[in-house]
Design a binder for this molecule. Structure first.
Ligand SMILES: C[S@@+](CC[C@H](N)C(=O)[O-])C[C@H]1O[C@@H](n2cnc3c(N)ncnc32)[C@H](O)[C@@H]1O
Length: 233
């Protein structure tokens, strides 16, 4: 059994932000994964490892095939499922993915060795707090899927490395709906995340140098387009 994720780790993933019936339809009616992606998805579900939900898989497939980004950064690799999904659907892309959890890193390495057949993916080990500032590339697509309270902390370094016209996607930004409540109604243990996400929204949603959109997929996606070289948050 995988040690890193307990039975309660995915608290918000079990609090859908759209009607249950719609959610079920989106998860069952949209094209399913096949081959190794289906195996990795099943493994993650069995071991309670949080990976992107199926409605986000379908959306990423569409985004990757349409945008065909050339240089992708991901913060939060886990077992490598979303990195391999992006690689499959953007075969020209180079992908750099960051993770700090040794157990996840071991799984990701094994999966990349087996399934990253075009050698598109580079795994950078260590806390993104330290590794992000060492990256020298410029990216046209960034996927943020790590600790949610840190999204706002990582954003300045991410924006520095994002091309004008580039896109950042943040997963799980609605906190199972907590984000619209006053802080007193949010469980104490969830308040750091709540504050971090509120700060993220305040810094981005009306920012003149970003175009922002919120999508009710999974536990919510925030997407940003960088519109100017310098973005003040
Ligand atoms: C939700 S999982 C990523 C799932 C993956 N993107 C997918 O959909 O297949 C989050 C991952 O982020 C990693 N993580 C969280 N905070 C991090 C940090 N500060 N630096 C590096 N990795 C981090 C965790 O170790 C975990 O493996």
């Amino acid at each position: 059994m995988v040690k890193s994720y307990s039975k309660t780790a995915n608290h918000n993933m079990r609090r859908p932000v759209v009607k249950e019936g719609i959610l079920r339809y989106m998860r069952t009616r949209q094209k399913q994964n096949d081959g190794f992606l289906a195996e990795l998805e099943a493994f993650a579900h069995q071991e309670n490892i949080p990976i992107i939900q199926h409605e986000v898989v379908a959306y990423f497939r569409f985004l990757m095939q349409t945008m065909q980004p050339k240089n992708i950064l991901e913060i939060g690799t886990a077992i490598g499922f979303s990195a391999l999904l992006m690689a499959e659907n953007a075969p020209e892309a180079k992908i750099t993915t960051l993770d700090r959890n040794p157990e996840m890193i071991a799984f990701a390495k094994e999966n990349f060795a087996k399934y990253d057949t075009r050698n598109q993916i580079t795994l950078v080990e260590g806390d993104a707090v330290d590794t992000l500032s060492t990256l020298e590339d410029e990216y046209d697509f960034v996927f943020m899927d790590s600790a949610k309270s840190k999204y706002i902390v990582f954003l300045p370094e991410v924006l520095k490395r994002l091309k004008v016209g580039g896109v950042v996607v943040f997963d799980d930004v609605f906190q199972g709906g907590d984000i619209v409540k006053p802080i007193e109604e949010v469980r104490r243990g969830q308040r750091t995340i709540y504050r971090g996400l509120q700060h993220l929204f305040d810094s981005t949603l009306d920012n003149p140098n970003l175009t922002a959109t919120l999508l009710p997929l999974s536990d919510g996606l925030l997407m940003l387009r960088k519109n100017a070289e310098d973005v003040e948050l």
